[in-house]
Each structure stands twice: as structure tokens, then as C-alpha cells.
Design a protein around this ligand. Structure first.
Ligand SMILES: Cc1cc2nc3c(=O)[nH]c(=O)nc-3n(C[C@H](O)[C@H](O)[C@H](O)COP(=O)(O)OP(=O)(O)OC[C@H]3O[C@@H](n4cnc5c(N)ncnc54)[C@H](O)[C@@H]3O)c2cc1C
Length: 241
């Protein structure tokens, strides 16, 4: 999987803070943005994040180029409606041997992996037979498995990203979209460290809402030390909270 940040709102936190301040100021955002100190930006952001008045976070957007994910994963991704998507077309792009994503659980068992690959290759062979017989790619693709790799460009604002990270970095999300969400989080965290400071599954901010589906698994969210210990104790980047 490859996840690259193509573009983002310049100074995303300053823009969001200016929008937040504008709501209560007699002057315009263009004047406000110049005068805001770093400390004021942080304070404004922490206030809006705590209060849940997140609409101002919609002014900061991030565009990702995502490659090497399965169609199963991209289908889960595009269920997030508050975003813009452009996906490689299976109608116009005919791939000679489309790469596929093999779930790690299958890959770890050589006999299953061999069966999986054989089934996918048979599907590809039938796909090509249809193309050779003159069937349009848009119809031949019905034979392709969900394992087939895809490429997609996604633009999301910071509010929707916070929501996506809550749902998709959670242990309940499937491994592939969880890995994707974690990559996206790693890319935006340095650009908007206050907005995304507590981004992650719900359990990193409080109680797990999953009830009987609570995973009971202490897990590490990022390489810089966010560790869920249990429902009551959680450690956020090295600091117990
Ligand atoms: C662990 C897991 C398991 C899942 N299993 C299934 C499954 O079995 N079957 C299935 O179909 N889906 C499943 N999903 C997908 C899930 O139902 C959502 O479609 C997906 O997570 C997108 O999230 P969302 O709908 O909250 O918000 P988004 O589409 O990301 O939108 C963000 C928020 O905007 C608001 N919003 C967006 N559109 C509307 C609207 N039309 N009306 C009102 N408010 C709106 C809501 O507050 C929403 O939470 C699963 C997701 C997860 C994380």
C-alpha cells in the first residue's frame, strides 16, 4: 500500500483557528489570521475540539493519492460520504495482469495462499477471454475478484478525517482499511498536530462504545507511542491521561 499526501490547505490549523475566531469577532478572517499567535491558535483549536463545534475543521482539506489497496478496501473507504474521490476506472483501464491484494491471514498459510492465487488467476484468465471475444472491459470486469488492486485520490476535510480515524483505526475495522487510515493519520498529524492530537479509535479518548464487541486488545496506534491499555487506562504518546 502506498499513501501520499498530494496537497493540503496551507497552514491548516491557522485557517481553522481564524474561522473559529471570526464567529465572535467584529473584524474579518483575513485580518484575524495575521494577528493570531501560535499560542492563540492552539487555545482556539483545543476549545473547539473539546466543545465538539467541529464545523470549522471543515476549512482544512487534505488530498491523498492511495495505491495498492484492494477494491474491497476502496469500497469501504468510499462509504465515507463527506469526501471527494477519483478512482482508476475498470471500464477504461484494461490491465494485462492486475496485481491483487492477498489478506495476510491467507498469505500466512501457503496452501491457502496457493488456492487463493489460483482462483484469482483463473478469474483473470476468464476476464481476458471475454476481452479477446470482444466484450467491453466494463462488462468483462464483472469477473474480477475484490482482491484486485486499485488506485484512488481522496480529498477529505479535517472533520471527516477525525470521523474516519475514529471508525477505521478501531480494532473492529478490517485490517486493510485500518492500515490505510493509520497511514493517512501519520501524514496529517505533523501538519495539524493539535487538530489530530487525539485522533484515533474512540477508546483513546474515553470509553469504547462497542459494548460486547470491545476488542480487549491493548494496541499501539502510531509509532510515536499511543497505546491503549484498557478501557480505563490509556496512554497517549507516552503520557498517562
Ligand atoms: C467496523 C465497521 C463495520 C461496518 N459494517 C458495515 C456493514 O456490515 N454494512 C454496511 O452497509 N456498512 C458497514 N459499515 C460502514 C458504515 O455503516 C458507514 O457506512 C461508514 O463507516 C461511513 O461512516 P458514516 O456513515 O458514519 O459517515 P460518513 O459517510 O463518513 O459521514 C460522516 C457523518 O456525516 C453525517 N452524514 C453523512 N451523510 C449523511 C446523511 N445522508 N444523513 C445524515 N447524516 C449524514 C453523519 O453524521 C456521518 O457520521 C461498517 C463500518 C465499520 C467501521
Amino acid at each position: 500500500m502506498s499513501v501520499t499526501l498530494l496537497a493540503n490547505t496551507p497552514n491548516p490549523e491557522r485557517v481553522v483557528a481564524a474561522a473559529a475566531r471570526l464567529c465572535y469577532a467584529p473584524v474579518g478572517a483575513a485580518d484575524l489570521i495575521e494577528g493570531l499567535t501560535g499560542e492563540e491558535v492552539g487555545k482556539l483549536l483545543r476549545t473547539i475540539l473539546k466543545s465538539g463545534h467541529l464545523s470549522v475543521c471543515e476549512h482544512a482539506t487534505f488530498t491523498f493519492a492511495i495505491e495498492g489497496i484492494s477494491r474491497a478496501c476502496s469500497h469501504q473507504l468510499v462509504r465515507h460520504r463527506v469526501a471527494s474521490y477519483s478512482q482508476q476506472s475498470q471500464r477504461y483501464v484494461k490491465l494485462s495482469k492486475p496485481p491483487m491484494i492477498i489478506p495476510p491471514e491467507v498469505e500466512a498459510r501457503p496452501e491457502l495462499a496457493a488456492e487463493f492465487i489460483a482462483a484469482a488467476e483463473a478469474a483473470y484468465a476468464n476476464y481476458h477471454s471475454l476481452l479477446e471475444a470482444g466484450v467491453e472491459a466494463e462488462d468483462a470486469r464483472y469477473l474480477l475478484p475484490q482482491a484486485v488492486e486499485t488506485k484512488i485520490v481522496v480529498t477529505m476535510n479535517a472533520r471527516e478525517l477525525l470521523h474516519l480515524f475514529t471508525l477505521r483505526t478501531c480494532e473492529r475495522a478490517q485490517w486493510e482499511i485500518r492500515a490505510l487510515a493509520e497511514e493517512m493519520l501519520k501524514l496529517v498529524l505533523p501538519l495539524a498536530p493539535t487538530i489530530f492530537a487525539k485522533a484515533g479509535p474512540a477508546c483513546v479518548r474515553g470509553r469504547c462504545p462497542e459494548g460486547k464487541f470491545y476488542c480487549q486488545k491493548p494496541r499501539k496506534l502510531t509509532s510515536d507511542g499511543l497505546i491503549v491499555v484498557d478501557e480505563k487506562t490509556w496512554v497517549y504518546r507516552g503520557q498517562e491521561v
